[in-house]
Design a protein around this ligand. Structure first.
Ligand code: ADP
Ligand code: BMX
Ligand code: ZN
Length: 291
């Protein structure tokens, strides 16, 4: 049985075939059109699934946004061009003629990382620091999705009541301070217009404003982790997303966390499945549900 796994992020769409041995084959990526027109996402999905026609028996999708009963709604419309009530599951079932399972990208990644760690831990929290900041929570071996599929949207916990307005409409969300978009939005002078990847490269070569932007992000994620520890007594944190996996970032978060009281300490791992955690998690979830 091959699963066509799809990961819809605020910046990119990825797809791959995942076989029965859980190997990731024929991976590809295209940019997310980030357009409010549902037709733009539909076209991008058509382009993405086309090379896989006839090669898979089911589809599993991890997507940014609130994914409730197969319908995608952006919580932070800035990250997805304001898409609202997009019929994701039905669209992909029509495009491929295959059964399709859909869940939030960070919830999916949490499931993959939990499956990998399950002999060691029963309570883990995955945090993606990427275009936005997302989360997936596993408690006692169960993925929390919630009655409205909203569980784990930890990027929208308030970090600073005087902070920048978040695209979700709240003020000072962690996402508005720590995400890739927030890092880019905070850039001034010679850094203005650069994306988070470029700002990280500047920080590596000693640019002090770039270093401050990265440090501000890492500090906000550290405080989020301390809050999660107090709320859930989670046994470990798994960090993913391109910012979360960037060189030196996890170490900065660990450094800040080590300065907090011991009760808030929790081990932090980089995602075992790296940038494929969402793809793998969706595929494993579809097996779990045997669609
Ligand atoms: P998505 O949000 O689509 O899942 P990513 O996890 O790649 O995608 O996150 C995209 C964000 O990560 C963007 O803000 C981008 O600038 C930033 N980014 C990409 N590569 C790197 C890198 N090597 N170092 C730091 N930031 C990166
Ligand atoms: C946002 C939100 C979450 C998502 C998180 C990470 C939208 C469109 N997305 O908080 O659902 O899990 O970003 O998403 O409101 P990514 O695009 O950074 O991978
Ligand atoms: Zn928010």
């Amino acid at each position: 049985m091959n699963t066509l796994a799809i990961d819809i992020g605020g910046t990119k769409l990825a797809a791959a075939l995942i076989n029965a041995q859980h190997e990731v084959l024929q991976r590809m990526e295209i940019p997310n059109p980030s357009n409010a027109m549902p037709e733009a996402l539909k076209q991008a999905l058509a382009e993405l699934v086309e090379p896989y026609q006839g090669k898979a028996q089911r589809v599993a999708i991890a997507s940014t946004g609130i994914i409730d009963k197969g319908i995608l709604t952006a919580l932070n419309p800035d990250n997805l061009g304001g898409l609202n009530q997009f019929p994701l599951q039905a669209t992909v079932e029509n495009l491929t003629g295959l059964p399709c399972v859909v869940l939030n990208d960070a919830q999916a990644a949490a499931w993959a990382e939990y499956c990998y760690l399950s002999t060691q831990f029963k309570h883990i929290t995955f945090i993606t620091v990427s275009t936005g900041v997302g989360g997936g929570i596993v408690v006692n071996g169960e993925l929390l999705t919630g009655p409205r599929a909203f569980a784990g949207h930890i990027g929208h916990i308030q970090a600073d009541p005087n902070g920048p307005r978040c695209g979700c409409g709240r003020v000072g969300c962690i996402e508005a301070i720590a995400s890739g978009r927030a890092i880019a939005a905070g850039a001034l002078q010679d850094l203005e217009g650069k994306n988070a990847r470029e700002i990280f490269a500047e920080a590596q070569s000693g640019h002090s404003q770039a270093q401050q932007l990265v440090a501000r992000s890492a500090q906000a994620i550290c405080q989020l982790i301390a809050n999660l520890k107090a709320l859930l007594d989670t046994e470990c944190i798994v960090l993913g997303g391109s910012v979360g996996l960037a060189q030196g970032y996890r170490q900065q978060v660990e450094q800040h966390l080590s300065t907090l009281p011991a009760a808030f300490h929790v081990p932090i791992y980089s995602a075992h499945y790296q940038h494929d955690a969402g793809l793998m998690g969706a595929a494993l979830w579809s097996e779990h549900y045997a669609v």
